[in-house]
Design a protein around this ligand. Structure first.
Ligand SMILES: [Zn+2]
Length: 129
């Protein structure tokens, strides 16, 4: 967006989550950067970045062995974004441990919105992260 509006962003339009020096696009940042790929693997979501975003998401849902795919998917993606923003706005380097702690905290909040059996399921996810 910043680029479209012709802001001078020399040198700050690359991904801050990994060392690839790739342009910070949504696809790279959330799905294909090394940092994000590690996060997806950790949460058990297999995301094939060779497909379109919609196709990859559909396949990821089909291959996900657990329940609550879209809730977990959204929380994982949101916290990748927050790791990025924590670097941009607070100069705090993104780490997988920080991502895990944020994701666990949000998953714990999700437990209050679901029936007991799903709450137990979420607890097991949190305990395995
Ligand atoms: Zn990257």
């Amino acid at each position: 967006m910043v680029k479209r509006r012709h802001y001078n962003i020399d040198g700050i339009d690359t991904c801050v989550l990994c060392t690839s020096q790739e342009e910070e696009t949504i696809d790279h940042l959330i799905f294909s950067s090394q940092f994000s790929q590690h996060c997806w693997a950790k949460i058990g979501i297999s995301y094939n970045t060779n497909n379109s975003r919609i196709e990859a998401t559909i396949r990821a849902k089909e291959n996900f062995s657990g329940r609550l795919f879209f809730e977990i998917f959204t929380i994982a993606a949101w916290n990748i974004w927050k790791e990025r923003n924590n670097y941009i706005f607070n100069q705090i380097n993104p780490t997988h441990n920080s991502w895990i702690e944020r994701t666990k905290a949000d998953l714990n909040w999700l437990r209050y919105r679901v029936p007991t059996d799903l709450s137990d399921y979420i607890t097991s996810i949190v305990n395995n992260l």
